[in-house]
Design a protein around this ligand. Sequence first.
Ligand code: HAM
Length: 421
Amino acid sequence: MLTTGPRGTKDILPDTSGHWQYVEKTIREVCRNFAYHEIRTPIFEHTELFLRGIGETTDIVEKEMYTFTDRGKRNITLRPENTASVVRSYLENKLYAGPQPTKLFYIGPMFRYDRPQAGRYRQFHQFGIEAIGAHGPTIDAEIISLAVELLNKLGLNELKLLINSVGCPECRPVYRTKLQEFFRDKVSHLCSDCQSRYDRNPMRILDCKNETCAEHSQGAPHMVDCLCSDCSNHFTGLKDLLTAAGISFVLNPRLVRGLDYYTKTAFEIQYSPLGAQSAVCGGGRYDGLIAECGGQPTPGIGFAIGIERVLLALEKQELLPFINNAIDVFVAPLGAETQAASFELLTELRHAGIAADMDFMNRSLKAQMKYANKYPAKFVALIGQDELAQNKVMLKNMETGSQNLIDRAELVHMIIEEMEK
Ligand code: HAM
């Protein structure tokens, strides 16, 4: 146990953290370009927020939350997603008083007690967007284009954008009744989850992964055919905007999504080579959530992208960048007496903004050269007893192999000049 992390968690090691930094840097560039600003909310919240926000009949709330009582007897949950937290923060910090819409992004870990497999973890990371305050479909088109822009910028192709409208509290009850009528004589054939969904949330039967449920839901009525005029106009507006922007999409009337807060637009971006976990991005509109959390009725829309899944897709397409851990100078002390002078040089180099390291292991000259080569280091600054006595340093250019004895006082300046060449 002491040498194994909890199931569904992963260490991000130095040989891959550069890939994360690359994706995060690209996210920040795209968000800046689209004028979204970063928000960092706590990793845990009052459990009540997720019960109300995500919905009590969702898989996330019923089966997947990490919930505990803290020492002050508060009921706390590690965030399984971040939309509810962002809405809580928007209300608590009165972000509605600032320029509208409020355009936010976040990057961070989420926690779900899910069955771990490739692309599905118990601690995973999302990049998410929330745009709060705008009603019309233009903001829907903007956030979808942001997701597409990011994934394209990273070089991903073979992506499929699926869209649907899940209606609103006005038209959904009509659809719900139609769905229940459709499933009435099929209920006993559905999986036990869907049997309980039949009464509580029949739309979720449509995206059940169970084969029998999928078979029985063939021919089920579509929400898009039951939309009220407001939802229908919104959906038509979005399709027109996406078409005008050259963003191709597929209508998927069965796209329901696993969170209860969605209204109107729901969408997903899939990267099919990932197989079962092909959804790299999921999102939608949540026009009732802010009021549900105690605010004035305010519309909102957002999405989240699973960073692990994006990295898996980049790996599959061989798009991960080469991680450069090279340093400029490796300081090589030869013998215990040269340690202090070497450490002084190392400190001076670093103060001058030069990436430098030194030997801390009392290795032989040969082993140190091998180590410096492996880094790789552009220069090796050797300090042996002779160099120490003469106040000089033997500087070896690892690319050309040339070697020169340099005055210690000149060295840092000289390296800066060399680096600027
Ligand atoms: P979600 O569909 O639950 O939506 O998650 C969004 C994305 O997070 C998924 O498409 C997937 O890429 C990634 N993801 C989810 N669960 C896991 C997991 N166990 N392991 C790895 N990756 C995972 C939401 O979370 C909503 N809050 C999105 C949203 C924002 N809607 C409106 N605003």
